[in-house]
Design a protein around this ligand. Sequence first.
Ligand SMILES: Nc1nc2c(c(=O)[nH]1)N(C=O)[C@@H](CNc1ccc(C(=O)N[C@@H](CCC(=O)O)C(=O)O)cc1)CN2
Ligand SMILES: Nc1ncnc2c1ncn2[C@@H]1O[C@H](COP(=O)(O)OP(=O)(O)OP(=O)(O)O)[C@@H](O)[C@H]1O
Length: 179
Amino acid sequence: MLDKKIVRTLQKQRLANYVGFQRMQEETALRKLLFRSNQWQKAQIIAVFLSTATEINTQPIIARAWSESKRTVVPKIINKQMVFVEITSGSNFNLGQMNIKEPIDSTIFDITLIDLAIVPGLAFTVYGERLGYGAGYYDRFLSLFCGDTVSLALGVQLVTSLPLEGHDQKVSHILSQRK
Ligand SMILES: Nc1nc2c(c(=O)[nH]1)N(C=O)[C@@H](CNc1ccc(C(=O)N[C@@H](CCC(=O)O)C(=O)O)cc1)CN2
Ligand SMILES: Nc1ncnc2c1ncn2[C@@H]1O[C@H](COP(=O)(O)OP(=O)(O)OP(=O)(O)O)[C@@H](O)[C@H]1O
């Protein structure tokens, strides 16, 4: 879809150009909102992505989960399918497609055991609509997943509307500083 492609390109630029102290502060505030949320507090098993340089840094989220004795699983692409694999402090990683870190371990985690999924994206609306990188991995996952879903949206990721298609899935909660 052409307009999705245009918005993706624009959003990748906006995210890549948003660097510095203000961004770090905004990321910290969003993670704080996450840690205070009901969905976080009641979750025992959390799916989180291993962030790239332009995404919200998820390392502090993983560290906080472990400090609260929560288990974490992360995506891994195997045969063009996204699965989730548990990571611990002893996990080893490789670089996969798009320079995304992936655990070397391929033990597939049962997604029905995941309580909360933190969903990446390039752009979101306050209604939970999202635009991803265009592979459809998360749309397919979200169409099957019954747990809580949340995305952390920097100001530059919040848009008033998105070009959407029938297969696009919403996340249930968008955390942002624009209230
Ligand atoms: N940090 C992070 N991890 C994530 C995602 C994400 O958005 N962020 N994903 C969210 O979905 C999945 C990976 N998503 C991907 C999306 C597109 C392509 C892809 O198009 N690969 C092509 C073209 C690469 C390019 O455009 O440069 C390829 O490698 O051939 C790969 C992975 C799972 N892990
Ligand atoms: N539930 C689904 N079942 C089968 N194919 C799907 C499903 N959801 C999405 N797709 C396919 O994935 C492709 C990419 O979808 P889309 O452009 O909406 O990606 P996106 O939302 O940007 O990416 P992602 O969900 O990976 O973050 C589409 O061509 C679509 O056909």
